[in-house]
Design a protein around this ligand. Structure first.
Ligand code: PSU
Ligand code: MN
Length: 329
């Protein structure tokens, strides 16, 4: 439990965001189910949408998005999927809006840097971890669940291809629950970069090993470890109460029963990375290309594992959001 005074500081902090930001305007809309839950201090879980627009093929993207929302609800929290629809940032989508994003072929991949452009042009898109963090924080939501985050790319020390997700974690006070970082990225340098930006990184579960998305272990050690929702919630509450203004990254290993496919997926990833570089694919196209190629090479096994780990993250993240809301009230 938090002490009464730190719970008050935390609640005041969150209320300040809400009164300052949680206003609907021409650029920003919080779905009524989300604003009601926030007003009643009930747990809310933010969800991203690049995974829907660029991370998975239709119709798996739509069914997974709906299943994830259902898991969040079953755990007692309100889901708030974030996306941009016709030039407006939405925090919480209706079933029709979710459908629209999942099927719309012209949806863009929207990270922090893309927000001004898509808004000014009235375009639609799926928000990456960085853009979702901005919107969720603005709405006053402290917990956000995704599959995996971006990182420092291999050879990133030369290309400077470092995901905006990492700098966002350094500047936006939100807890991101993910299955770690894919081995297509440079995991060691990603952890170093997160340290430089003051991001608190913890593995969730029995081991301190930082997970590598399809595999429960990357071989790198997390600076921290938490094993229960209440413990994770206390870590998040402490970060918020301190007013650090930086995020927390909670890395949840893929469930053991889905880990055996990891080796085969790993080999496919190597092949996909080689093909991407031979084809000269760069920038924001890299991750979607690799995800699609790996799915093809593993005959759908990587997609299955991807869906399983997202379900698991949604469960764990919702339990953490519920524990945090209990500690704050
Ligand atoms: N990793 C996945 N699936 C995804 C992404 C990452 O397994 O869909 C998406 C997330 O939205 C993440 C973004 O924020 O890719 C990172 O893209 P980039 O590496 O271009 O920063
Ligand atoms: Mn990049």
């Amino acid at each position: 439990m938090l002490t009464r005074s730190s719970a008050l500081i935390l609640r005041r902090g969150i209320t300040t965001y809400q009164s300052t930001w949680c206003k609907n305007d021409s650029l920003f809309r919080v779905h009524p189910s989300v604003s009601q839950a926030l007003a009643e201090n009930k747990p809310v879980v933010a969800l991203e949408s690049t995974i829907i627009t660029h991370g998975m093929p239709y119709p798996h993207n739509l069914s997974t998005a709906k299943e994830v929302e259902a898991i969040v609800r079953a755990e007692g929290a309100t889901p708030a999927t974030v996306g941009v629809i016709e030039g407006k940032v939405h925090v919480g989508l209706s079933p029709e809006e979710l459908d629209h994003l999942a099927q719309c072929k012209s949806s863009l991949k929207v990270s922090r840097r893309d927000l001004p452009y898509v808004i000014s042009k009235g375009l639609s898109g799926g928000t990456t971890v960085s853009a979702t963090m901005i919107a969720a924080h603005r709405a006053g939501i402290p917990v956000f669940v995704t599959g995996g985050i971006g990182g420092v790319h291999r050879d990133g020390e030369n290309s400077l291809d470092i995901s905006a997700d990492l700098t966002e974690l350094g500047r936006t006070p939100i807890a991101v629950v993910s299955a770690g970082i894919k081995s297509i990225l440079d995991i060691g340098r990603t952890l170093e970069f997160l340290e430089t930006h003051g991001v608190c990184v913890a593995t969730y579960g029995k081991s301190k090993n930082f997970p590598a998305f399809f595999s429960p272990q990357s071989g790198f050690t997390s600076p921290c470890q938490v094993s229960k929702p209440a413990e994770a919630a206390k870590l998040i509450a402490s970060a918020l109460s301190l007013g650090l203004q930086s995020g927390v990254l909670l890395a949840v290993p893929i469930p053991e029963e889905h880990a055996p496919a990891g080796q085969q997926i790993e080999e496919a990833i190597q092949a996909a990375v080689t093909e991407a570089s031979a084809k000269g694919i760069t920038g924001r196209e890299v991750t979607p290309f690799i995800l699609q190629k790996v799915n093809e090479l593993t005959k759908g096994k990587s997609l299955q594992a991807n869906i399983a780990l997202i379900h698991n993250n949604a469960r764990v993240g919702s339990q953490i959001a519920c524990a945090l809301s209990k500690q704050m009230n």
